[in-house]
Design a protein around this ligand. Structure first.
Ligand code: HEM
Length: 500
């Protein structure tokens, strides 16, 4: 069972681990601010408050999409590493290699977009990368794809190291997932939830990244040997298998922060259970096969794949989500929780995930998908659970670490104001997208019709608040992480420490 000690000794970051963790998180919050500024520029362009030409808009959209997805991934990888390393022997070099490969990949992506003019979006759908129509060259596309390959190899190195470490302690990934307790037997109450979640992420996301690598290499071959053409539908299936899995994995890595930290702030144990194990096992399978819900309006798609995507859509995210949300609520209820920054952010992350999943499931239903999928309903739902859900999970861990370093749980008036600005801004921003989707405003459009601009303007106001909130977080986090550690004085620890 996760410890109730607020700052357990085995979590302390020292030497290379501390430098690497700080580097991950400082890079992540800096990139989040920059990518949000790019997002704000696009939203204000749609609102006609800024005048960005369409060629540049699509470069910005490519940068924002790839940059945000990649940053969410490295930030949540750091969350997974932070907790998993307590239970199994992870190698620091693998964590460092992932960072270095990510940075090299990011550099390729940035150069291809801002120097090569690449604007075929983060989903690089074949054959768009080879149809630059004078806006970008095939070499720019190739550089973008190589950047993705580097980032993917980095993730695989980290997952392989984590897989080897879990197998060494638990025998295999199935036992890490807790499958031995699915149908009976006494569950080991000390089996870490972080190991269950990590095993699932390793299995599902490695498959997604491998699918992505295949289609990336196929695209590269096509760029330099155009006589070798790809089957566009097959390429799209592989691309969405990768894209869906990669971004979903960020939630499953980020949620480890809630499993590990929430009981420490409520002072109440949050034990592992059979429904918990069932839910992670089910989601592990479902999340791998759910991606066809992105291809529901592709008429050429084999019918059985669409039906599978439809049926699984209704169930894929539910098991883990229900068990986590119910578990978190019962853990908080009447616990006398202290509402400080980490606990507040964890509660927000549960809300963001819960509220964001509802419009996603609506869109994952064929009848609705026919009219909603190419509207701003889609950025509405994914911004909801990424901005308010996943980012809050990451911020909760960073604030927790800041508390450990300062030897006082962060809860200043400025922190609370930053939180409030981010929350209100996030709600206005995401609801404006959903409202636009409800009115059938098309997504991914650089230029909007005059009738569409009301929601664009409301969304821009919300986005400005989000940027201000994130800017505050970033400055606070960078200063806090780079500051000198305070010598730990256990008399300041949470009263719940005594329970651990
Ligand atoms: C202030 C915060 C943000 C702003 C202003 C913003 C703005 C935007 C805008 C205007 C779009 C294009 C919408 C359209 O299709 O018409 C977009 C797309 C997107 N955003 Fe954001 N965003 C923000 C935060 C985030 C975050 C936190 C993430 C992920 C962690 C994210 C990931 C994406 C992705 C993946 C796309 C889709 C790109 C595509 O369609 O190819 N954004 N964003």
């Amino acid at each position: 069972m996760a410890s109730l000690t607020l700052y357990p000794a085995e979590e302390r970051l020292e030497g290379g681990s501390r430098v690497t963790f700080d580097l991950y998180m400082i890079t992540a919050v800096t990139l989040f601010v920059v990518m949000m500024l790019i997002g704000l520029t696009m939203r204000m362009t749609q609102a006609t408050w800024l005048n960005v030409n369409p060629a540049l808009f699509y470069r910005l959209l490519s940068m924002h999409g790839a940059g945000m997805v990649g940053t969410a991934s490295i930030a949540t990888t750091a969350v997974m590493w932070f907790f998993l390393r307590k239970y199994v022997g992870l190698h620091l070099w693998a964590f460092v290699a992932n960072y270095v490969l990510f940075m090299l990949g990011a550099l390729c992506v940035i150069v291809s977009i801002f120097f090569g003019g690449y604007g075929a979006l983060w989903t690089f759908l074949y054959p768009l990368p080879v149809h630059g129509m004078g806006l970008w060259s095939n070499n720019a596309s190739a550089l973008f794809l190589v950047g993705y390959l580097l980032i993917g190899v980095g993730s695989l190195v980290f997952y392989l190291d984590a897989a080897a470490a879990i197998i060494k302690v638990y025998g295999n990934l199935g036992r890490g997932l807790g499958l031995q307790w699915l149908f009976g037997g006494e569950i080991n109450p000390d089996h870490p939830k972080a190991v269950v979640a990590s095993s699932m992420v390793i299995i599902a996301n490695s498959l997604g990244i491998l699918a992505g690598s295949v289609v990336l290499v196929m695209n590269l071959v096509n760029i330099y040997y155009p006589q070798i053409t790809l089957n566009a539908l097959f390429a799209k299936n592989l691309t969405y298998w990768f894209g869906h899995m990669y971004i979903n994995a960020t939630i499953y890595m980020g949620v480890m922060a809630v499993y590990e930290l929430l009981p420490r702030y409520t002072g109440r144990p949050y034990p592992i259970s059979r429904p918990f194990i069932w839910s992670w096992a089910a989601s592990c399978l479902f999340v791998i096969v759910v991606y066809p819900h992105h291809l529901m309006i592709d008429f050429a798609q084999p019918r059985w794949l669409t039906i599978m995507g439809q049926v699984v859509s209704w169930s894929a995210g539910f098991p883990v989500f229900c068990v986590t949300a119910y578990g978190a609520m019962t853990n908080i209820h009447r616990s006398g929780i202290r509402w400080t920054m980490p606990s507040r952010l964890m509660a927000l992350s549960m809300f963001g995930w819960a509220a964001g999943i509802v419009p996603a499931i609506l869109d994952g239903t064929v009848r609705n998908n026919l009219v909603m999928h190419n509207t701003q309903w889609v950025p509405g739902h994914f911004h909801f659970y990424l901005l308010l859900g996943v980012l809050s999970m990451v911020l909760a861990l960073i604030y927790h670490v800041l508390g450990n370093r300062a030897n006082a749980v962060p809860n200043s008036g400025l922190d609370r104001t930053g939180f409030f600005v981010y929350l209100i801004g996030g709600l206005i921003f995401t609801l404006a997208f959903l409202s636009a989707g409800h009115q059938s405003v098309a997504r991914r459009m650089a230029t909007h019709l005059p009738e569409w601009t009301l929601t664009d303007k409301v969304g821009s106001v919300g986005a400005t608040l989000v940027v201000l909130g994130m800017l505050y977080y970033a400055i606070r986090i960078i200063v806090g992480l780079l500051g000198r550690p305070v010598v730990i004085d256990t008399s300041h620890a949470h009263p719940a420490d005594t329970a651990g």
